[in-house]
Every structure is written in structure tokens, then in C-alpha cells.
Design a protein. Structure first.
Length: 363
């Protein structure tokens, strides 16, 4: 398919689907043949913007021999069924985050894509962003030393979801970034969450901790109940520190030449003292480009040249493993949960409510 334009069918024209349509349409080697949604108003709007076909019947997309790939931007509860049908029909498949509701579902999709020799990619958009790639470059260069810990905040007022809690809604972004930067998976997760409205058992605030095999750890605060939209991450190294603020129009990354020094030898406690290094603050040049466009182009390139995506099904599964562990931890009042058991697919959590999670693990 190297010299062939890739026809994409996009499923879901709500909040995110139109952005996928816009970017696939803008690429020189792809086009959107059909948009699918259950809402005729959304479909009419897409048809006014682009010369494409529309349908409310997903079967029409997977039965179309001219459609090479399917991009799924629907609620997570439908991801597995749609992706399974897409792969079974021989379509390369892109799934928005989170990949699936369970580890077991994710495993099945990965195995199916491998059997069919198809590209399976998950929409972890931020690992295709210039700031995150720059941070990875800096960390791998050793300039900031060993990463001691990472702090992430993703907060705003809404949008409340009906089928998943705030961790499943917002934390996949931060988890995927952290895994990308660290280059390893955590060994355990603990998470606390709270719902603040009567009648709702879906957590609107969660605080998650990831513990890594090298001794490092990361915290992720996610909230639908904050007056400000905050998208901030801090990477604390043994030599320097990086602040990443995605809300900043410019200077999204700042590198602080700051660290703490501890004396290697001392005879008495009175001789022991910390010293603090304060140096310059730098903001590296970052190329301005839309991460989603880069991500969509990567999906097309993987199809055309038979490559494995950076945000592959396996990478998407790692995020689901962590979210499942976090869901179980919430149901156990923040108890630390090992990731190892989840990697084997032994634990299956439906990320619906605290009660349903607890019942599932007690059954």
C-alpha cells in the first residue's frame, strides 16, 4: 500500500471524532470516505464541512471494500465491540484512549490484529507532541540526572462522564506520557477517589501513585471539580527539573537548573546538612505542530509501510492495566495493588463505579 491513498472510516462524530476527520482529511496520503454516528445532526454537520459519505450503520463501514482503516472515537464501553468487528473485517484500526474497558479485551484485540497482520493503534496523542518528545530527549541525554519523581495534574470543571470515572477519562494522557518518558512500567499502583454528588457513584476526583522498579514514583491528580483548567507535569531529576505546562501558548517547557545536594560523608549529625543549588531557567525551542496531525500521519505511515505504531495495542494495554489496578485500589480504600497480576490478565475490572468494582473483586 506504499503508493496508495488510505481511505478511513471515522466512527463517532461527537467531541473528538471531528478532529480526527479534520486531520485525516488534511493529510496528503489519506482521506475520510465515511463518517458514522447515531446522531443525524452531527452527520449533517460533517457533510457540510467535507465531501464525504455518512451513515448511522457501522456495518456499512466495515463492509465497504474501499475503506482500508477505521478510526474509533466513541465511548470506551463500545471500543472493544467496534474494534473487534473492524479487525475481523480486515480493517486497520485506530482506537481512542482508553483502549478498552478491561485487560482481557485488550489482549484479544492485540492477538486478533496480529493474526490478521493489521495495524492496531491507540490514541495517546501527547506522545506525538513536540514538548513531550523534547522532554524524553532531555531525560535520555542524562542532562537532568536520574528521575526521582514525576507529578502530574489534569484538572478542570467537567465534563462529567456517565460510564467512566475521572481517572479513566483524564489520567490516560498522563499515564501514557509517564510510561513514554520513563521507558518502563510501574510495579504497583495505589489510588484514592471520591464522588461528591448524591446519586453518583462515579469518582470525580482521583489521586493515583505509580511505583517504578527503579525506586522512582509518579503521582497523578485528576479532577472534574476544579475552577481552573490545569495541564501541568513536573519531572524532578537528581541534577535538574523540568516543568511542562501544556496550557502555555509559548514556553511550554522550562528547565530549572536546581537540585539538592547531600554530603556523601559526615561524622556527626551536627555536620549533616543539605545544600541547595539554584541556577538558570531555560526554555528550549519547540517546533509548532498539532500533535493529532502527527499522530494521524503516523497511523497512515504504519499502514503503508507495515510498521508497528509507537502507541501500539501493547502500549494501550499497559495504560488499561494501570487503570484497572487503580480501580481495584479505589475499591480497597487506596490499598497498593501490584501490576504483575494484571499483566497476566488474571484480574478483570469494569471501570464503572466503586461498588461494581468491589462486587467484582469479591465475587
Amino acid at each position: 500500500m506504499k503508493n496508495q491513498s488510505i481511505n478511513v472510516g471515522v466512527v463517532g462524530c461527537g467531541y473528538w471524532g471531528p478532529n480526527l476527520i479534520r486531520n485525516f482529511w488534511a493529510l496528503p496520503d489519506s482521506s475520510v470516505k465515511t463518517a458514522c454516528d447515531s446522531d443525524p445532526v452531527r452527520l449533517d454537520h460533517m457533510k457540510k464541512l467535507y465531501p464525504l459519505e455518512t451513515t448511522s450503520d457501522f456495518e456499512q463501514i466495515i463492509d465497504d471494500p474501499d475503506i482500508h482503516a477505521v478510526a474509533i472515537a466513541t465511548p470506551v464501553s463500545s471500543h472493544y465491540d467496534l474494534a473487534q468487528k473492524s479487525l475481523m473485517a480486515g480493517k486497520h484500526t485506530f482506537i481512542e484512549k482508553p483502549m478498552t474497558r478491561t485487560v482481557e479485551q485488550g489482549h484479544e484485540l492485540i492477538e486478533l490484529a496480529a493474526r490478521k497482520n493489521l495495524v492496531l493503534m491507540v490514541g495517546h496523542t501527547f506522545i506525538y507532541s513536540t514538548p513531550v518528545r523534547k522532554i524524553k530527549e532531555i531525560v535520555e541525554s542524562g542532562d537532568i540526572g536520574d528521575i526521582l519523581y514525576i507529578s502530574a495534574q489534569r484538572l478542570n470543571l467537567g465534563l462529567f462522564q456517565k460510564d467512566i470515572n475521572v481517572a479513566w477519562d483524564l489520567a490516560p494522557h498522563d499515564i501514557s506520557i509517564i510510561l513514554y518518558i520513563m521507558g518502563m512500567s510501574p510495579v504497583s499502583v495505589n489510588c484514592q477517589g471520591k464522588n461528591h454528588f448524591n446519586g453518583s457513584k462515579i469518582e470525580d476526583v482521583t489521586n493515583m501513585s505509580l511505583n517504578f522498579p527503579n525506586g522512582g514514583f509518579a503521582t497523578i491528580l485528576s479532577s472534574w471539580l476544579d475552577p481552573n483548567k490545569i495541564r501541568r507535569m513536573t519531572f524532578v531529576g537528581s541534577k535538574k527539573m523540568i516543568l511542562y505546562d501544556d496550557n502555555k501558548p509559548l514556553e511550554k517547557i522550562k528547565i530549572y537548573d536546581k537540585h539538592v545536594e547531600v554530603p556523601e560523608y559526615y561524622d556527626t549529625f551536627g555536620e549533616f546538612s543539605y545544600s541547595y543549588h539554584y541556577g538558570d531557567v531555560q526554555s528550549p525551542y519547540l517546533k509548532q505542530e498539532e500533535p493529532l496531525k502527527v499522530e494521524c500521519q503516523h497511523f497512515i505511515d504504519c499502514i503503508k509501510f507495515n510498521r508497528k505504531p509507537e502507541s501500539s495495542g501493547e502500549e494501550g494495554l499497559k495504560v488499561v492495566q494501570i487503570l484497572e489496578a487503580a480501580a481495584r485500589s479505589i475499591s480497597k480504600n487506596g490499598l497498593k495493588m501490584p501490576i504483575g497480576n494484571l499483566i497476566t490478565g488474571g484480574d478483570k475490572v469494569f471501570p464503572m463505579t466503586e461498588d461494581s468494582q468491589a462486587r467484582r473483586y469479591m465475587s
